[in-house]
Write a protein that binds this ligand. Structure first.
Ligand SMILES: O=C(O)CCC(=O)C(=O)O
Ligand SMILES: [Fe+2]
Length: 335
């Protein structure tokens, strides 16, 4: 692969130079246009207030849905992906050095980071075959990067972040209304200062035994908003004990409910289990936004003992460190 040097050393053996495909191929052998039939529920953001039932059904039965007409210009989504590609094609060493003296962090081998951005690993093994950058949204306006590609990405990310927090607020309000919850104050459940965007790159790999891009998990967030603009497959969700591919369709967003949403809904809504498989032929880039409560927000539920978001996050991190994986909501289940 021509950009082998840009991958972390631990991921370089996975890629095969002879298998790269042209850019309009999604890596599963069919033209992108034929991929429009997707099992996921589709929610039209412009019709959200008129159609409560569709949102309710999607949250109850799926915990994940595709959002269309979300209002983010397609030029911004395309620019983000192009810039992300450029950022990742820097050499591994430049990427490591690029984040010096900035709140942005570069990581590989695990998506689990401490609140200060250090990688959380339970052993020496890299179990998640990925690399990424972490952008804490509210800190992005407070610095400028000396590296031009990171600087232009930061500027785009500030704009993208504004769209995402608006979308997350509207969706969250719709869910709270459907569930008839009385949250005080409801803004503290989707706090701006704990939100971040992760930009990931997964290497191509034709060996199915090599491992996963990202292990099976549920998100710890309230909501996550995933952007798979680059049309390469990889994301799969668990539905009725079967793994379903979440098709990459340009200009649509994937909304994923997290553990906190499941808890405050008293398990009426689901935090869906998902994983990322490595694509046979192409590297895959995804841009994912996660929104969380304020640290001291109390999560009250009939199914779980009351806990603050900070307690939940600390427990998740402790489990990853000591037993190697997240236990999540099961730790807080009422007897
Ligand atoms: O890369 C993706 O599509 C999904 C990433 C993900 O599930 C996560 O970061 O929690
Ligand atoms: Fe996830």
């Amino acid at each position: 692969m021509k950009n082998l040097e840009s991958f972390p050393p631990s991921l370089r053996h996975l890629s095969e130079p002879s298998r790269a495909l042209s850019s309009n191929d999604n890596g599963i052998g069919k033209p992108v246009e034929e991929e429009y039939l997707d099992p996921l529920p589709v929610i039209d953001f412009e019709l959200l207030t008129n159609d409560k039932t569709k949102l309710e059904e999607a949250c109850k039965h799926w915990g994940i849905f595709r959002l269309v007409n979300h209002g983010i210009p397609s030029t911004l989504l395309t620019q983000l992906h192009n810039q992300a590609q450029q950022l990742f094609s820097l050499s591994y060493h430049s990427k490591q050095a690029s984040c010096n003296a900035t709140p942005v962090r570069y990581f590989s081998g695990t998506p689990a980071l401490t609140p200060s951005g250090t990688a959380l690993k339970s052993g020496s093994e890299d179990i998640n075959l990925l690399e990424g950058f972490n952008f804490p949204l509210t800190q992005l306006s407070q610095f400028q990067s000396q590296l031009p590609v990171l600087e232009s990405f930061r500027v785009l990310m500030v704009e993208y972040g504004k769209h995402l927090s608006g979308i997350a607020t509207t969706l969250f309000e719709g869910m709270v209304k459907n569930l008839e919850l009385k949250l005080e104050p409801s803004g503290s459940y989707i706090a701006e200062n704990t939100g971040y965007v992760r930009v990931y790159r997964y290497p191509p790999c034709s060996n199915t035994d090599a491992g996963l891009g990202m292990e099976v998990h549920t998100d710890s967030s309230v909501l996550s908003i995933l952007n798979q603009q680059d049309q390469v497959t990889g994301l799969e969700i668990l539905k009725h004990h079967q793994w379903l591919t979440v098709k990459p369709i340009a200009n649509t967003l994937i909304i994923n409910l997290g553990d906190i949403m499941q808890a405050i809904s008293d398990d009426k809504y689901k935090s869906v289990a998902h994983k990322v498989k490595l694509n046979n032929h192409k590297e895959r880039i995804s841009i994912c936004y996660f929104v969380f409560p304020e640290e001291d927000t109390k999560i009250e539920s009939s199914k779980y003992r009351s806990f603050t978001y900070n307690e939940f996050r600390t427990q998740v991190q402790q489990d990853i460190k000591t037993i190697g994986h997240k236990v999540g909501l099961a730790r807080f289940k009422r007897p």
